[in-house]
Design a protein around this ligand. Structure first.
Ligand code: FE2
Length: 135
């Protein structure tokens, strides 16, 4: 069973960004599955690293658009991205040093963050970026 099912409610109406969001959804689902099935620590650690790296790639894509078109909410949006990256980096550190046992609480945090961020923060740029011709 998937933790998150991507559907139109998560669409920001910009294909290039939706595609990246789908990758993040897949990664969180994979993370959930690995915890559910008690996968080996190395596999989980690898996935956290992949997730961290892809998150940075994705945020960079959005922020590039913001800069390019002078998006008014740039700073606040960027701060949300940075806070999330910090959380994932911290999670990675604590997991790799054996200080945290992964739980559904963590998968739920990732899920809630992504859904709230897409629906609450990302969707604010939809009209702005579409008007600028971003696809
Ligand atoms: Fe964002």
């Amino acid at each position: 069973m998937k933790l998150i099912e991507w559907d139109e409610n998560l669409s920001v109406k910009i294909d290039s960004i939706d595609e990246q969001h789908k990758v993040l959804v897949d990664m969180i689902n994979d993370f959930y599955e690995k915890i559910r099935t008690k996968a080996a620590n190395e596999l989980i650690s690898e996935l956290i690293k992949k997730m961290k790296n892809y998150t940075v790639v994705h945020f960079t894509t959005e922020e590039r658009y913001f800069k390019q078109y002078n998006y008014p909410d740039f700073e606040a949006h960027k701060k949300e991205h940075q806070d999330f990256v910090d959380k994932v980096v911290d999670l990675e550190k604590r997991f790799n040093s054996g200080k945290v046992i992964l739980s559904f609480e963590i998968t739920n945090f990732l899920k809630e963050w992504l859904i709230n961020h897409i629906q609450g923060t990302d969707m604010k740029y939809t009209n702005f970026l579409i008007q600028k011709g971003v696809k």
